[in-house]
Design a protein around this ligand. Structure first.
Ligand code: SF4
Ligand code: SF4
Length: 467
């Protein structure tokens, strides 16, 4: 082993790649990748970006396709409204999503990070291309950064950071559209700023946050800040697919010499795989927490192998077992167990969504109210009624006492018509003949009818005189 390799072998585990041995920031100047995987990744990223920026504008039945309104606790998924009362479905959906992420990670390693994560997609396919455009190749960027401030440097840096700020501003607005809906965001833009000081402050904060992340923090998010990235180490096993260097084939490394019989392994030590790595690591050292599975090093190495007429795949997407013993990927017991669990959760979710009520009624006796005597033969109780109409249409309803004689009167209205997509609140008087009341707390059932069809039965208690 060469001396510098020995020193590297001793020290590369001591710190993350974004930190130098003196503790300062190691700015990574990654070469622009090219090759089959980069092409596929670019298509995936462009599709992803179109979906991200267009989705808030898509509506079905006048409802956004996706909206996650945390302040109001209102979620719209596939243009269906989910309320806090649907929390159970939401909780199961979250558990299902987590199990899916765990299964995906156990099988495919960190592929999500390099291909689908918004952090990587925005950085590699929006912000880094802007950098190439305004500051040139990585070596030109390095020269510019290390050089003194000239008019040209100021112009290039100003252009880059202005574009970064504009894009961050657009990303912050798009995220807000996922929270409030696109109509609300357009209204905020059109209306006077003083009417939306809170929201505009939030927008400014998120714009600066995205700008800071993409202009300065970059790969530190993936290696140090992101909890998913930090957790992945415990999910991997020897069957997990990962970006791996085939050390059996590549070692010992040695420079390529034309017309000389090669006695070393296939790695010629050209460092192309390192120069192209946006995480600033050497994949030949083995799996490292900084690796986001972007596959750029596969493309770089394949190009070298091809130019030398060697077989491609010295760096490839393979499991540790495949590299060490040549065993092809197999779906192990752990993966099967997660798949069964995920399938059960998906079935459960489908049942929950399929049986989810479009009208949800809650009837409770008004707090602090006793019974009232109506004349000499009837007793009345006051109830608060809350009915959520989750549909996009107004619904006329009626309430009927199911197992007792009596009458229901709605305060301030002759009938109940539910407003669409909202929580409707009413007060009702329930009057029951004294003769029908046998105890102080009588169990009663109130039917909720849409036309002649009963859609729900509510159990509650009616307070009468002590008997
Ligand atoms: S080691 Fe390869 S796959 Fe991992 S981040 Fe670097 S270039 Fe991407
Ligand atoms: S690109 Fe391939 S040949 Fe070159 S150093 Fe990396 S692994 Fe070795």
């Amino acid at each position: 082993m060469r001396e510098e390799d020995l020193v590297h072998a001793e020290t590369y585990r001591d710190r993350v790649s974004s930190v130098t041995n003196t503790g300062s920031r190691n700015w990574i100047y990654a070469l622009k990748p090219s090759g089959k995987w980069y092409r596929y990744r670019k298509y995936t990223a462009y599709f992803y970006l179109v979906v991200f920026f267009v989705l808030p504008f898509i509506k079905v039945n006048n409802l956004p396709f996706l909206m996650i309104n945390l302040p109001e606790g209102k979620f719209i998924l596939f243009s269906k409204i989910f309320w806090p009362q649907d929390f159970f479905i939401f909780a199961i959906a979250m558990v299902t999503f987590i199990v899916f992420v765990v299964l995906f990670t156990v099988v495919f390693g960190r592929l999500f990070c390099g291909w689908i994560c918004p952090q990587t997609v925005f950085l590699e396919f929006i912000f880094r291309p802007i950098e190439w455009l305004t500051e040139g190749s990585p070596s030109q960027q390095k020269k510019l950064n290390e050089g003194r401030w000239t008019g040209q440097k100021i112009a290039r840096k100003s252009l880059k950071h202005s574009l970064y700020l504009i894009i961050s501003f657009a990303i912050a607005h798009t995220f807000l559209a996922y929270v409030l809906g696109v109509d609300e965001v357009i209204a905020i833009i059109k209306e006077p700023a003083e009417e939306h000081i809170g929201l505009l402050t939030g927008l400014l904060f998120f714009t600066l946050l995205f700008y800071t992340v993409f202009a300065f923090i970059r790969e530190i998010v993936c290696s140090t800040i992101c909890p998913y990235g930090r957790l992945q180490g415990v999910m991997f096993d020897k069957d997990t697919m990962q970006i791996a260097y085939d050390y059996k084939r590549g070692e010992p490394r040695g420079k390529f010499k034309k017309n000389v019989q090669r006695v070393e392994g296939d790695c010629i030590g050209c460092m192309k795989c390192v120069q192209v790595c946006p995480a600033g690591i050497d994949i030949r050292d083995g799996l490292q927490l900084e690796c986001i599975g972007c596959t750029a090093c596969i493309d770089a190495c394949d190009e070298v192998m091809e130019s030398l007429n060697f077989n491609k795949g010295l760096i490839k997407f393979a499991s540790e077992n495949e590299i060490s013993s040549g065993k092809k990927f197999h779906f192990n017991t752990r993966m099967k167990a997660y798949t069964i669990l995920l399938s059960l959760l998906i079935v459960f979710m489908i049942i929950l969504i399929g049986t989810r009520k479009s009208v949800d009624t809650y009837i409770t006796r008004a707090k602090g109210q006793l019974y009232q005597e109506i004349g000499t033969d009837r007793i009345s109780n006051v109830f608060d009624v809350k009915i959520i109409n989750k549909t996009t249409e107004e619904i006329p309803l009626s309430l009927r006492l199911e197992d007792m004689p009596g009458e229901i009167r709605v305060v301030g209205a002759s009938s109940i018509v539910l407003k669409k997509e909202t929580l409707n609140e009413f007060t009702i008087f329930l009057e029951i003949p004294l003769t029908a009341i046998t105890k102080q707390n009588s169990k009663i059932h109130i039917g909720v009818y849409r036309g002649e069809k009963k859609i729900q039965t509510i159990k509650t208690k009616f307070l009468g005189p002590f008997k």
